[in-house]
Design a protein around this ligand. Structure first.
Ligand code: PMP
Length: 367
């Protein structure tokens, strides 16, 4: 059976909203990832063993029930020293971004990001408004604070800043983030702390004092739960209630909700994994320096390397060596740049060895 590409109803062609036609699409290269996955900044090993125990203890009847988000939001809030109404669990931070845009952006409103950054901001913002303002970093790829501040206008309604940022690994200081929130009282500042555990600096403790601040955290990275799709938004209950209003009551599945409390409780596992990454990141950066590969100092669980014209060749050859990397060349200001995820010690050893061989194989030389 063939499916018509244009759906015709009563002689009329059905079209999506113009914003949907024009918004960019995000198609991460997810096919064929049976190798060492140093391409998506995931945990490279596993979640806490307690999560697997809880998964195995799930009953068939448990799967028949609609998920209950609220009791888990209370547990999560207590864990982070927050009130339950300050927390919304989401289907990954991806959904948190989407819900923030749906809740706060009217057509014509301005929303601000600093580029290069996580691509989903672009997608979700453009779905709602044509007013996406991008402030491009200079060659250092550090957050362009002064120019960013200067670009805030009275039409700015939503500001999203990732700290540490993806794909650069650059962090934005708490002082700068608070200055942005203060400079745009008519806007919501969403700080995306997806990579918080590999850095350690947060604005979560400022939520009570800064009414227009929202903090997003994911459980996909350090906690190793990317496949469960769970993240959180924390912030002012007065603003969060609008985000809750536009979210589905069942946005987070019950398997994720079962597992999250045990993952949170195993603080020793989380600390161990974060330490593996911190130590491994130093090792990776030292290894890159020894190979003569320029890179951007990172505060996250990945490092962005400057490979140059042979970027795609390197990614292909590394795949043949059983290691996946992510080519970031199409990101603004990132031509020739490739990103490598930092995982556990053994994976760094394998990644570095494959990198050394691959660079030799493609005849790479520092420029
Ligand atoms: N924010 C940033 C900065 C990211 O890099 C990513 C993942 N690549 C996400 C959010 C998405 O996280 P989640 O898996 O929770 O949707």
């Amino acid at each position: 059976m063939s499916i018509a590409t244009e759906l015709v109803t009563g002689g009329q062609t059905v079209r999506p909203r113009r914003a949907v036609l024009e918004m960019p699409e995000y198609h991460p290269p997810l096919a064929g990832r049976e190798a060492l996955r140093l391409d998506f900044n995931e945990n490279t090993l596993a979640p806490s063993p307690t999560v697997m125990e809880r998964l195995h203890a799930m009953t068939a009847e448990g799967l028949t029930k609609y998920p209950e988000r609220e009791p888990v939001e209370r547990i999560v809030a207590a864990h982070f020293g927050l009130q339950a109404e300050q927390v919304l669990l989401t289907n990954g931070v991806d959904e948190a971004i989407h819900l923030m845009c749906v809740a706060f952006l009217e057509e014509g409103d301005e929303a601000m990001i600093a580029t290069p950054t996580f691509f989903m901001y672009d997608v979700s913002i453009k779905l709602m408004t044509y007013g996406l303002v991008k402030v491009q970093a200079d060659e250092s790829l550090q957050f362009p604070f002064e120019r960013f501040m200067a670009a805030i206008t009275e039409r700015t309604k939503l500001i999203i800043v990732a700290s540490p940022n993806n794909p650069t690994g650059a962090a934005v200081s708490r002082e700068h983030l608070l200055a942005i929130a203060a400079a745009a009282p008519q806007a919501v500042l969403m700080v995306d702390e997806a990579y918080y555990h590999f850095h350690g600096e947060s604005t979560m403790q400022d939520l009570a004092a800064v009414p227009n601040l929202m903090v997003a955290r994911t459980f996909s990275k350090a906690y190793g739960l990317a496949n469960l799709r769970i993240g959180m938004l924390a912030g002012n209950p007065g603003l969060l209630k609008y985000v809750r209003k536009v979210s589905s009551p069942y946005n987070v599945n019950g398997v994720a909700l079962e597992c999250l409390p045990v993952a949170l409780a195993d603080e020793a596992y989380l600390a161990w994994y974060a330490e593996q990454v911190r130590v491994g990141r130093e090792r990776m950066m030292a290894g890159l320096a020894a190979l003569g590969v320029p890179f951007f100092p990172s505060h996250a669980n990945f490092v962005l390397m400057k490979i140059g014209p042979k970027h795609a060749e390197l990614v292909n050859v590394m795949r043949k060596h059983g290691v996946l990397l992510r080519d970031r060349s199409t990101d603004p200001g990132c031509d020739g740049f490739v990103r490598i995820t930092i995982g556990i010690e053994e994976h760094i050893t394998k990644g570095l060895a494959a990198l050394k061989e691959s660079l030799q194989e493609i005849g790479w030389a520092a420029q």
